[in-house]
Write a new protein. Structure first.
Length: 173
């Protein structure tokens, strides 16, 4: 099972790391599928807007909803997330080089979101890289049966794990 995860310490750092990885893969001629998150600060209405870009060159979808400056609940727009999932699901049939999922979040911990696609990619022997936070670490470990490999939150570490798998995939094709 070729699945790895990374957890960067700062807010939004994992998003930036995975976005950079996706850009480097695309620039190198690879075909990643999945989503990377793009955060846009909002100076007057609380936390940032959260968008995901469907890889490799798909649309950008806003997955957050504005609940007002004083709101404290989850701002995720489940319908928008499922729209992104549907677009990525269609790409798995094209046998991409890898799957990048910006975050194994609450929806994935509850069995929704990208969780079924992660399992499908693994069944198709497509390498998977997932962003993770401490809050969902136990659910992710349970889902992967502890077989996911932790990767330091560094571009070089992610490439050191992924590049041999990409080479192997291209040798098979």
């Amino acid at each position: 099972m070729n699945i790895a995860y990374t957890m960067a310490p700062g807010r939004g750092d994992t998003d930036l790391l995975l976005h950079g990885l996706a850009e480097a893969l695309i620039a190198g001629g690879h075909r990643p599928a999945g989503v990377v998150q793009i955060n846009t600060e909002r100076p007057c209405d609380g936390p940032c807007d959260m968008d995901v870009q469907v890889l490799p060159d798909g649309p950008v979808i806003r997955i957050s909803q504005s609940l007002g400056a004083e709101a404290r609940g989850c701002r995720l727009d489940p319908a928008a997330l499922e729209q992104a999932v549907g677009l990525v699901e269609a790409q798995l049939a094209t046998r991409p080089d890898c799957l990048i999922v910006n975050k194994f979040g609450k929806h994935e911990a509850d069995g929704r979101g990208f969780r079924p696609l992660i399992a499908e990619a693994l069944a198709l022997e497509i390498p998977v890289i997932v962003g993770l936070n401490r809050m969902n670490e136990a659910a992710f470990a349970s889902f992967t049966e502890g077989l996911a490999q932790p990767i330091a939150p560094e571009a070089s570490a992610l490439r050191a794990w992924l590049d041999p798998l990409l080479t192997e995939r291209h040798a098979i094709v």
